[in-house]
Design a protein around this ligand. Structure first.
Ligand code: 13P
Length: 247
């Protein structure tokens, strides 16, 4: 449902030189027209990317401050992201939840603030391995979803990224059926808790060890509306293959 959406989350990777090469590979790649394509460079390289990357691809921040900028050492504000040309921000990524310690409420507030200022939000949810193994996958995803839902007043500018933590950076991709099962459950949750319209319109994308070899099978699933790609988004031609897996 909705236009296919593929995001490249570069995380804390790259140098001026490697990013020059990546941008040049992306600029020369042939990308299907019917796909929203977004990349999230490290903050310090956004200006370089914005000035060199084709306008065909939009820019996202990987995080943003929870409110208006000011005396918050080390943070980057939503206003600054907008000023530098970003249209999106990734919030609730598992690395920020579990490595850096952001909680549901804080993430919800960030989402509400970013939306109120006009940025699109790529809202990440996903369970850890032990949670999946103890049958808590849906509970965890719904709780994270609820924290977003409680904080925001509109879903028009939100893309949900289901990223099972055990699949991130591990090479252990979820099977198409495992991903589809959670995407259906998320859509169903939206239908019950928000509205049928939001459930059918909201893109639910999958992230976790997506690559050029496994994207096609995943993309065939009815409720997989795109991807959030980490490692494989650092290689221009492979990222293009993933973008072009739209069915
Ligand atoms: P990998 O594609 O490297 O597993 O990372 C996924 C991810 O976390 C995207 O946000």
């Amino acid at each position: 449902s909705g236009k296919f959406f593929v995001g490249g989350n570069w995380k804390c990777n790259g140098t001026k030189d490697s990013i020059t090469k990546l941008v040049s590979d992306l600029n020369s790649a042939k990308l299907e027209t019917d796909v929203d394509v977004v990349v999230a460079p490290p903050f310090v390289y956004i200006d370089q990317v914005k000035n060199t990357l084709s306008d065909r691809i939009e820019i996202s921040g990987q995080n943003s401050w929870v409110g208006k900028g000011g005396a918050f050492t080390g943070e980057i504000s939503v206003e600054q992201l907008k000023d530098i040309g970003a249209k999106w921000v990734i919030l609730g990524h598992s690395e920020r939840r579990h490595v850096i310690g952001e909680d549901d409420q804080f993430i919800g507030k960030k989402a509400a603030y970013a939306l109120s200022e006009g940025l699109g939000v790529i809202a990440c949810i996903g369970e850890k391995l032990e949670e999946r193994e103890s049958g808590k996958t849906f509970d965890v995803c719904f709780q994270q979803l609820k924290a977003f839902a409680d904080a925001v007043s509109s879903w028009d500018n939100i893309v949900i990224a289901y990223e099972p933590v055990w699949a991130i950076g591990t090479g252990k991709v979820a099977t198409p059926l495992q991903a589809q099962e959670v995407h259906v459950a998320v859509r169903d949750w939206l239908k019950k808790n928000i509205s049928a319209e939001v459930a059918s319109k909201t893109r639910i994308i999958y992230g976790g060890s997506v690559n050029g070899g496994n994207c096609a099978e995943l993309a065939k699933q009815e409720d997989i509306d795109g991807f959030l790609v980490g490692g494989a988004s650092l290689k221009g031609p492979e990222f293009a293959t993933i973008v072009n897996s739209v069915t």
